[in-house]
Design a protein around this ligand. Structure first.
Ligand SMILES: Cc1cc2nc3c(=O)[nH]c(=O)nc-3n(C[C@H](O)[C@H](O)[C@H](O)COP(=O)(O)OP(=O)(O)OC[C@H]3O[C@@H](n4cnc5c(N)ncnc54)[C@H](O)[C@@H]3O)c2cc1C
Length: 381
């Protein structure tokens, strides 16, 4: 069997490697001409995601390039300590969640795939496909095409294949937040290594951690109408934190601020697969970043999809089983993450209620055991 995989983010290379483990050839086609390189943007790989990457022999490389970040301390905008919680649950061997630059994570999974002789072609944006009944042919925007036995769309939240599979597929839902990431040499006096400090500010949400290099890595979530883009984000962002206690405005002032990204998630997608074509990763179930799970879920999907293709007699049964094993879990994460995103964009009344209730809530959930369904989930090949 030969699989065509569209998208070389996280899910695409991870799936190609997992397929290789079960004896299925795969070729990756990426829309962009080169690897995405959004310096300053970073993400959290949770222990369940590292566990999935371990099956592919890629977790050590990810951990070496990342920063262990096992704890989160929460503050209100007025400087009140709201509580301290674990950032996920450690694996049995003590492995904790890591923070890694998005560009490093992409590079690592891509290089791992290349080192296994998996072909990656750039500048190939899928625009349509034909399912002939015996094969599937993908058409790209450069006029070329490729033929395989199955097509796996790992195209992310704005997947073209999702709308080709079902014209009424849901569109990405804007969470109400723009996201920013920055790295600065400016020291963050409150930050201790391995700990995220999160500020539920009066107008926006801020998180920062100190890297072993001494640099401060920060991110911000700013409530704003989608498409309302200022000429310069930096003064706007500094302004959003100027009424808060804490170091957010200072850190932003001392950083290069790249354009904000509107954050989307996906309502449940009714059709994950049809014939020889399936979605996976964000293409099927994009979650907002608040739970720090999107990349981890894509890595889990890769393992489960490969196992289903190995164990089921044909691709139709394999895709159906993949959906059956994954849908409930991923949709639970999406709605959990959406609830957190909503609390970041709370209005003045919601904010008062949130800051009052949060210490009780955080105390109850400090160990994060109540989230063991999310972090202790294990996939196998
Ligand atoms: C601001 C922000 C912060 C985040 N923080 C976290 C976090 O802390 N933790 C976490 O786990 N996740 C986080 N995420 C989510 C995480 O990045 C995604 O869940 C993850 O990248 C999904 O992997 P994927 O492979 O499914 O899609 P992607 O990584 O989005 O990759 C999709 C790839 O497909 C390509 N593509 C698109 N269309 C086509 C086409 N038609 N043909 C060919 N190629 C195509 C794209 O160019 C891209 O390279 C965050 C996301 C954002 C936006």
């Amino acid at each position: 069997m030969k699989a065509l995989i569209t998208g070389c983010g996280i899910g695409g290379p991870a799936t190609a490697m997992a397929l290789r483990e079960v004896g299925i050839d795969a070729e990756i086609f990426e829309a962009y001409a080169t690897q995405a390189d959004d310096v300053g943007s970073f993400l959290n790989i949770a222990s369940n995601g590292l566990s999935a990457l371990r099956i592919l022999g890629a977790h050590k490389q990810v951990m070496a390039a990342g920063i262990p970040t096992p704890r989160m301390v929460m503050w209100s905008g007025s400087g009140k300590l709201l509580g301290e919680v674990a950032n996920g649950l450690a694996l049995d061997d003590g492995t904790v969640s890591h923070t890694i630059l998005r560009s490093d994570l992409y590079r690592i999974v891509r290089d791992e795939a290349l080192s296994r002789n998996i072909s990656i072609q750039y500048g190939k944006r899928l625009i349509s496909y034909e399912d002939t009944g015996t094969q599937v042919r993908a058409h790209f925007d450069d006029g070329t095409q490729a033929t395989g036995d199955i097509l796996i769309s790992a195209e992310g939240v704005h997947s073209t294949t999702r709308t080709l599979l079902a014209a009424n597929a849901p569109k990405p839902h804007y969470t109400g937040l723009y996201s920013f990431g920055g790295i600065t040499k400016y020291p963050s006096q409150t930050a201790t290594p391995g700990t995220y400090h999160m500020i539920f500010g009066k107008h926006a949400f801020f998180g920062h951690a100190t890297a072993p290099t001494g640099e401060t890595w920060w991110f911000a979530n700013l409530p704003r109408a989608e498409g309302d883009i200022p000429r310069d984000w930096k003064p706007l962002l500094v302004d959003a934190f100027k009424d808060d206690n804490g170091i957010a405005a200072d850190l932003i002032s001392h950083s290069h601020v790249a354009a904000g990204l509107p954050v989307h998630d996906l309502p449940p997608v009714p059709t994950w697969h049809k014939g020889r074509v399936t979605l996976m990763g964000d293409a099927a179930h994009a979650t907002s970043p608040s739970a720090g799970q999107g990349a981890s879920l894509a890595a889990e999907d890769a393992i489960v999809l490969a196992r289903c293709l190995r164990d089921e007699p044909d691709h139709t049964r394999a895709f159906a089983r993949f959906e059956q094993e994954r849908r409930q879990r991923v949709e639970r994460v999406v709605s959990y993450s959406r609830r957190i995103s909503n609390s970041k964009a709370a209005g003045p009344v919601g904010r008062v209620f949130r800051d009052l209730m949060m210490p009780f809530f955080l105390k109850k959930t400090a160990s994060q055991e109540s989230l063991s369904w999310m972090y202790r989930h294990r996939v196998d090949l």
